[in-house]
Design a protein. Structure first.
Length: 349
């Protein structure tokens, strides 16, 4: 059978075109390849759209973060800019495809080469998109860790705020108690002044109030004869008046101190009181025992101390000064303040 050559023809703008079957096959192949390229580009565009949706979701989540996340947000903006650049490249590729449609008359080899280049570019874009997604995931993990830290700090701040509020409430209570305590100390001070007005006028009793302490300084000639620790009748009267007032402040500690001058103990009593230490202690102890037995003050509130001649009011230089230094000091103290004084004195020793 004789071979026949078929020609297709058409009229375009008044020009008759003859296309051989071989050319028609090549054109069809180019269209098929172009369709495959369009399919791959549509798939890439779909993947990019999905990534864009994920990116917007991440972006909305990151918008509510704290100022420290601003740096991360800047990085995300840079990544978004990079993604936009990729979108622009995709648009350029689409334009290239459209241009290829208009240049179907180009040789098949040249067209195939361009398709290969476009495919390579598409693969590069996919790699960049994957890298961008990895960066976004890493940023999300960092944001989650930061959120956990923020939550922890907020819990700590809340706990500290509660503690501060409790401390303020406790401080207010203490201030109220302190105000009441000061008022009671002032009343006790006024009562002592009134009760010992005569002795104060004779300058044998001195009363001082300082912060949480009230001191009653009584010269020994009211209580004791020289070199003796037994309380005289005159002294009982003073101690009763003082004890009656001190008994009414049961939450205070009473510290009774024995003070002497620097004259050594005489030979007649040296066996009983070897030094002024023993004499001062015996005198203070007898005052405490009188308060316990005759006035009814709780002995747990009282302490006895002897300072001998080592804490004088004035130097032991004259007879008058020595008389001032021979004394009994009765100190009314807050219990906590008393403990602080004891600790201070133990450190000084």
């Amino acid at each position: 059978m004789k071979k026949q050559t078929l020609f297709l023809f058409g009229i375009v703008s008044g020009v008759v075109l003859f296309i051989s079957p071989l050319e028609l096959s090549a054109c069809k192949k180019v269209k098929e390849e172009n369709a495959e390229l369009r399919y791959e580009l549509d798939a890439a565009d779909l993947r990019i759209t999905e990534l864009e949706t994920q990116l917007r979701e991440q972006q909305r989540g990151l918008d509510v973060r704290s100022q420290e996340m601003a740096g991360m947000q800047n990085q995300m903006d840079m990544k978004n800019s990079e993604l936009q650049r990729l979108y622009d490249e995709v648009e350029i590729l689409e334009k290239d495809v459209f241009e290829l449609t208009d240049t179907l008359k180009m040789s098949g080899d040249a067209l195939s080469g361009q398709i290969v280049q476009l495919s390579q570019k598409n693969q590069d874009l996919e790699s960049q998109v994957l890298a961008l997604k990895a960066d976004i995931d890493a940023a999300s993990r960092r944001n989650e860790r930061f959120s956990n830290l923020v939550d922890e700090y907020e819990k700590r701040i809340s706990k500290l705020s509660m503690e501060i509020a409790n401390l303020k409430a406790e401080r207010a209570k203490l201030l109220a108690v302190e105000a009441i305590d000061k008022e009671r100390m002032k009343e006790t001070y006024d009562q002592l002044l009134k009760s010992l007005e005569k002795e104060i006028g004779q300058q044998v009793v001195d009363i001082q109030q300082y912060r949480d302490a009230l001191t009653i300084n009584i010269m020994d000639k009211i209580f004791f004869d020289s070199g003796k620790a037994e309380i005289k009748q005159e002294g009982f009267d003073v101690l009763r008046r003082v004890g009656a007032i001190l008994k009414n402040v049961p939450d205070k500690t009473i510290r009774i101190e024995g003070h002497t001058d620097d004259i050594p103990i005489g030979q007649k009593i040296i066996e009983k009181y070897p030094t002024n230490w023993e004499l001062g202690a015996a005198r203070a102890a007898n005052v405490a025992e009188f308060f316990r037995k005759d006035v009814g003050i709780d002995p747990k509130r009282m302490s006895v101390v002897s300072y001998s001649m080592y804490r004088p009011i004035v130097p032991h230089t004259t007879k008058e000064n020595r008389a001032k230094n021979r004394r009994i000091e009765i100190i009314l103290l807050d219990k906590l303040y008393y403990q602080m004084v004891e600790v201070k004195e133990s450190l000084e020793q």
